[in-house]
Design a protein around this ligand. Structure first.
Ligand SMILES: Cc1cc2nc3c(=O)[nH]c(=O)nc-3n(C[C@H](O)[C@H](O)[C@H](O)COP(=O)(O)OP(=O)(O)OC[C@H]3O[C@@H](n4cnc5c(N)ncnc54)[C@H](O)[C@@H]3O)c2cc1C
Length: 649
């Protein structure tokens, strides 16, 4: 991994590591403006997969016969391709189809959301001082480009995303050092009247020093120090292979509890540290994946070198990656979605070059213009699909969708690319065999929340000397100042009196030791019960609690909040100890993504790998299915980085 002594290498963990306040009333300044703006990225309040944008899909899930019986208003045109889902996979699939069809084609993309990009969503703000700030509401960064397939490199190049420029031009690697905010806060939440405590871990602070400042009891402190500095061999007499096999069969929580025998407070300290990557806490992440993620406890374990085949796709990527975590547009992978949009509908994303992807405005009025070869229709929820005859012989497919006005419509297409989620596909049609529907239902997506808070200044962070907060206990899993990235006219703050975005994240799982799929389902139900006011309360509770002593006044400093709800978030990745068939057995995603008749299946779900590069790989595979004569570039054939590229072939 690159980096210098002054500016150490940047990893994703830098962003994951991140006085109880009685909050009487919501913050007037942060009041939601959902629907008030015609421009979806500028809408604050609760955004993403909200009750409103999911309403049609849920109504159809609960009473599918209602739609079957109803008469749909037909769209007149016959499309060459209808794409369901305008996330990165759908946009990439539309681009590839157009590029490789060998003739001019008409393409219609339909998406249930109010913005294109799916998880790759942009959040925009204008501060009271008139500064425009752009943040990411979902899919954060292009992760580990060194492990991307030829297909992903080729597509990004085609649409003008130049990976090298991220490494040299936009990311201000010395920002935290220059401003003296290299430290990290650890916030011990408390429900008691005494409030929480922020412990500042300054750069270079030895564990003994900062652990002594925590409010943990003496035994817990001693155990935490032992874990961070000790090098015991906890499996003497076993080979490296046998050790790894044991670690794959136990959770990291069990590893800490049963082998290290740490105090329960130490378990609480690390409880959330695996969530950002694996979508589950330490109670459901294998100890082997925790090792890949750099969690402590393995220094004396003599585990050998290299990636282990029993690691999850994300674990393999973490272990193998040599890239710095800097491939980040201000709007995260929203920048990639915009690059794809520009390639498909140039008038909707004017300008040239990466800077204008970041600082330009998408023209939403141009997305669905009659007469254009490619049209993208938002707030259009697809609720049915049938070939016009036996799928093997039919010449057309009919899709039914509910448009933004609530009208049931139908559209005909010569071919269809389903770039929506697998569990949606399982309910979309009667044409699939039961075994495939079961395989599609295996993709229980991980629910997440990403919030952006516009602060009028970051004086309190400067006084505390930190750029991130790791909450221990409490609601959020992490909070951090946004990435110090400047592109075009979007300049990151360079003085503490300037406005800045703070990013907060929460993976909503049960945390009760059950298998990951069950935890995600339980988390989704819990997420549905929280309102914007609940999130706002918890945002203020954390920021005021942690930084109030350093001068932050939430009522004065918070100008706006956007909470992006991703009830259906990360694609489920196979992982030990739950999925014993991984990696050798028959993988559900392979059975699930099989196309039929004139239909192919894309989406990150089809790769069981929760990344933008997986979404692109799966779009490539699916378009190759639709266009068997074309020669598309090589995509990653297996969940996770290509086994050959990481020494597992
Ligand atoms: C909070 C969060 C952070 C992430 N961070 C990263 C990251 O840092 N790096 C990374 O590489 N990946 C990250 N990911 C993973 C992310 O899933 C991928 O990067 C990528 O955006 C997935 O694209 P997709 O097109 O496969 O799926 P999606 O983005 O989910 O797109 C599918 C689309 O289908 C639409 N749809 C579903 N059902 C219907 C229907 N019936 N009718 C019409 N439309 C429908 C949905 O509205 C959605 O827009 C993150 C994901 C989340 C949720």
């Amino acid at each position: 991994m690159a980096g210098t002594a002054q500016n150490p290498p940047i990893t994703r963990r830098d962003f994951l590591d991140g006085v109880a306040l009685a909050l009487g009333a919501p913050l007037a300044a942060a009041a939601p403006s959902a629907g008030a703006s015609a421009d979806p990225p500028s809408r604050t309040g609760l955004q993403g997969q909200t009750d409103v944008t999911l309403a049609e899909a849920h109504a159809w899930r609960d009473a599918p016969e209602r739609w079957r019986a109803a008469t749909a208003q037909p769209d007149a045109a016959l499309e060459d391709l209808v794409v369901v889902g305008s996330g990165i996979s759908g946009l990439a699939g539309a681009h590839l189809f157009r590029q490789h069809a060998g003739r001019p084609v008409r393409i219609l993309l339909l998406d249930a959301l109010d913005d294109f990009g799916g998880h790759a969503r942009r959040n925009e703000f204008v501060s009271r001082a008139g500064v425009r700030l752009v943040g990411y509401g979902g899919s954060q960064s292009l992760d580990s480009p060194g492990l991307f397939s030829p297909a992903v490199h080729s597509l990004l190049r085609d649409v003008g995303v130049e990976l090298r420029r991220f490494e040299t031009e936009f990311y201000d690697a010395s920002w935290t050092r220059r401003h003296g905010v290299q430290g990290r806060g650890v916030y011990f939440d408390s429900d008691g009247a005494a409030g929480g405590r922020l412990v500042v871990r300054a750069a270079g602070d030895k564990p003994a020093a900062w652990i002594a400042r925590t409010p943990m009891a003496a035994r817990a402190r001693a155990d935490l120090l032992r874990l961070l500095t000790g090098r015991p061999d906890l499996m003497p007499g076993l080979s490296a292979e046998a050790r790894r096999a044991r670690l794959a069969a136990m959770t990291y929580r069990d590893f800490l509890q049963d082998l290290w025998r740490v105090d329960p407070a130490v378990l609480g300290f690390y409880a959330a540290d695996t969530l950002g990557y694996f979508g589950v806490g330490i109670d459901a992440t294998s100890a082997l994946d925790a090792w890949a993620a750099g969690l402590p406890g393995f220094a004396g374990m003599r585990l050998g070198q290299g990636v282990d085949r029993r690691m999850s796709p994300s674990g393999r990527q973490l272990m193998a990656s040599q890239d710095e975590y800097v491939h980040h547009f201000p709007d995260g992978n929203g920048g990639v979605a915009r690059a794809l949009l520009r390639a498909l509908i140039p008038s909707a994303m004017p300008g040239t070059g990466m800077e204008s992807l970041a600082d330009g405005h998408a023209d939403y009025a141009r997305l669905d213009e009659p007469g254009q070869p490619v049209r993208l229709r938002l707030r259009a929820t697809v609720v049915g699909l049938a070939h016009s005859g036996p799928p093997g012989a039919a010449k057309q497919v009919e899709l039914r969708y509910v448009d933004a006005g609530g009208t049931l419509r139908s559209v005909r297409a010569r071919q269809v690319l389903l770039a929506c989620w697998h569990r949606v596909i399982a309910r979309l049609t009667d044409e699939l065999p039961a075994a495939q529907r079961i395989a599609l239902d295996d993709q229980v997506k991980v629910p997440l929340v990403y919030a952006n808070v516009l602060l009028s200044n970051w004086q309190a962070w400067k006084r505390a000397g930190i750029h991130s907060i790791k909450p221990v206990g409490g609601f959020w899993n992490e909070a951090a100042l946004d990435f110090p990235v400047s592109m075009g006219k979007l300049r990151f703050a360079d003085a503490p009196g300037q406005p800045v975005l703070v990013h907060l994240a929460k993976v909503v799982v049960a945390g009760d030791g059950r298998p990951a799929r069950a935890q995600a389902a339980a988390g989704r139900a819990q997420l549905a019960s929280w309102s914007f006011a609940d999130f706002e309360f918890e945002i203020v509770r954390l920021l005021q609690g942690a930084l109030g002593a350093f001068g932050l006044d939430a009522a004065r400093d918070i100008e706006a909040i956007t909470v992006n709800r991703w009830a259906h978030g990360y694609a489920y990745e196979y992982m030990r100890p739950w999925d014993s068939y991984w990696p050798q057995g028959a993988l559900p995603c392979v059975a699930a993504r099989r196309g039929w008749g004139r239909v192919a299946i894309a989406n990150a779900d089809a790769g069981a790998y929760a990344y933008a590069h997986s979404a692109i790989d799966q779009a490539t595979r699916a378009v190759q299915d639709l266009l068997p004569e074309a020669k598309l570039p090589a995509w990653a054939p297996f969940p996770g980085p290509n086994p050959r590229a990481i020494g597992l072939a």
